[in-house]
Design a binder for this molecule. Structure first.
Ligand code: NDP
Ligand code: PYC
Length: 338
C-alpha cells in the first residue's frame, strides 16, 4: 500500500485533535503533540506517532491527569528551578520551566530544572535543543520503568533511562546526542515486534536470562545496557540524580506503582543548563569557536556528528512533508475514533 504525505502542520492538527478528543486540556495536548510531531518530522520513529496509542491507553487507565496545569514552585536557591507536573505529562512542565531555567543559567552560569510527578514517554533531544537555541549547553536525563538488567544481573531493574546532551553552534544546527542507556530504546524493540523482525544480537535476554533475538521474549525478559558495565553505571547514575536526588521514583518503584509496561510511567526528570560563556570567562579563546575546530576534526575523519541524520530528515520533512505508511494513517484514524 502506498504512503501518504502530510505537511508538518497537517500532522500537528491531526495529533492535537486526537489528544483533545481524548480529554486532555490544551496545555497537555499541545505540548505532547509538539514532541510527537517533532519526532516524526525528524524520523525518530520510536517516539513518533507510534507513541500515540500508549498515551491514549495511559489517559484511559487514569494514570495521567488530563487537566493538569504544571506549577513553578517557589525556590530560594537561584540555580534551582522546580516544576510540579501535577501528574500530567512531562512536556508541558518542561515548557513552563524552560524560560526560568534559561534566565537562571545565564545569570548563575549553571542552573538545573527538576520536574516531579510527570508521566514521561518522549524523546529528550527536543529539550536540550531548546537550550542550545538560547546559546546554552545542556544535559537531560530521566528514569523510566524497570526493563533493563544491570550488567552481570539477569532481571529487569533499571529503566532504559535516556540521556541527552546539547551544545550550541552559531552557524550550524547544534551538536546534540540523545540515547537510551539500554542498547536500544524499548520503542525499537516494540517496532521490531510489529514488523515481525528479529532483534540484533546483544539487545536483550529472555526470562531465563538467556540471550534472545525474539522481540516477544525480549519484552518479557530484560533489555541490556549499552556498553556493558559503562551503560549500566550511567543508567544507575540517572536513577540516583533524576530519581532519588530529586525526591522522585526510581525505575523499579515506577514499575511497581504502575504494574505494567503497557502504560507510560510517572517519575521525575532532571535538566541541567550551562553557559559556555560564563564558564570560560577570563580564559583564552571563544568556547563556541574552539568547539567548531573539534567538530571539524571529527567530520574531517569521515565520522558524522550525532543528530546529523535527524537534521537531514527534518530538512526533508520541511521541504517534502512527512511520509506515513498506510498502517500509520490507519492508526491515526483509529485513535481519533476512540
Ligand atoms: P539511537 O541509537 O537511535 O541514537 C542515539 C544517538 O546517537 C542519536 O543522537 C543519533 O543521532 C546518534 N547516532 C546514531 N548513529 C550515529 C553515528 N553513526 N555517528 C554519530 N552519531 C550517531 O537512540 P536510542 O534508540 O537509544 O534512543 C532513541 C530515543 O528514545 C531517544 O530520543 C531517547 O530520548 C528516547 N527514549 C526515551 C525514554 C523515556 O523514558 N522517555 C526512554 C528511552 C529512550 P541521529 O538521530 O542523527 O541518528
Ligand atoms: O523507548 O525505552 C523507551 C521508552 C520508555 C519510556 C518511553 N520510551
Amino acid at each position: 500500500m502506498s504512503n501518504t504525505v502530510l505537511t508538518i502542520d497537517a500532522l500537528h492538527e491531526r495529533v492535537d485533535a486526537i489528544f483533545r478528543k481524548a480529554g486532555l486540556n490544551p496545555i497537555q495536548a499541545s505540548a505532547i503533540t509538539r514532541v510527537i510531531v517533532a519526532a516524526e518530522r525528524d524520523a525518530c520513529k520510536s517516539h513518533g506517532v507510534y507513541r500515540i496509542e500508549g498515551a491514549l491507553r495511559t489517559i484511559k487507565a487514569g494514570k495521567v491527569e488530563p487537566n493538569a496545569v504544571p506549577e513553578l514552585l517557589p525556590q530560594d536557591a537561584p540555580a534551582l528551578v522546580k516544576v510540579d507536573a501535577k501528574h500530567g505529562f512531562a512536556n508541558p512542565a518542561f515548557e513552563l520551566g524552560l524560560p526560568v531555567l534559561v534566565e537562571r543559567a545565564r545569570s548563575c552560569g549553571i542552573a538545573a530544572l527538576a520536574i516531579n510527578d510527570a508521566v514521561h514517554f518522549s524523546a529528550l533531544w527536543v529539550e536540550v535543543e531548546a537550550l542550545t537555541q538560547a546559546g546554552l549547553a545542556g544535559l537531560a536525563m530521566c528514569p523510566s520503568y524497570a526493563t533493563v538488567a544491570p550488567t552481570g544481573g539477569n532481571r529487569p531493574l533499571l529503566g532504559t533511562n535516556p540521556f541527552a546532551f546539547g551544545w550550541p553552534r552559531e552557524e550550524q544546527p547544534p551538536y546534540v546526542f540523545d540515547f537510551a542507556t539500554s542498547v536500544a530504546a524499548r520503542g525499537e524493540i516494540e517496532l521490531h515486534r510489529r514488523a515481525g523482525k528479529k532483534l540484533p544480537e546483544g539487545w536483550a535476554i529472555d526470562v531465563d536470562g538467556r540471550p534472545t533475538t525474539d522481540p516477544e521474549a525480549a519484552l518479557a525478559g530484560a533489555m541490556l545496557s549499552f556498553g556493558g558495565h559503562k551503560g549500566s553505571a550511567i543508567g544507575t547514575m540517572i536513577e540516583l540524580l533524576a530519581g532519588i536526588m530529586i525526591g522522585d521514583l526510581t525505575s523499579p518503584e515506577a514499575l511497581d506503582l504502575l504494574g505494567t509496561t503497557t502504560l507510560y510511567p510517572s517519575h521525575g526528570e532532571l535538566i541541567i543548563a550551562f553557559s559556555p560563556q560564563a564558564f570560560s570567562a577570563g580564559r583564552p579563546g571563544n568556547p563556541l569557536g574552539r568547539a567548531e575546530a573539534l567538530f571539524e576534526a571529527i567530520v574531517g575523519q569521515g565520522a558524522r556528528l550525532p543528530s546529523q541524520r535527524r537534521f537531514l530528515a527534518r530538512a526533508a520533512s520541511e521541504r517534502d512533508g512527512i511520509s506515513l505508511s498506510a498502517q500509520e494513517i490507519e492508526q491515526l484514524d483509529r485513535c481519533l475514533e476512540q
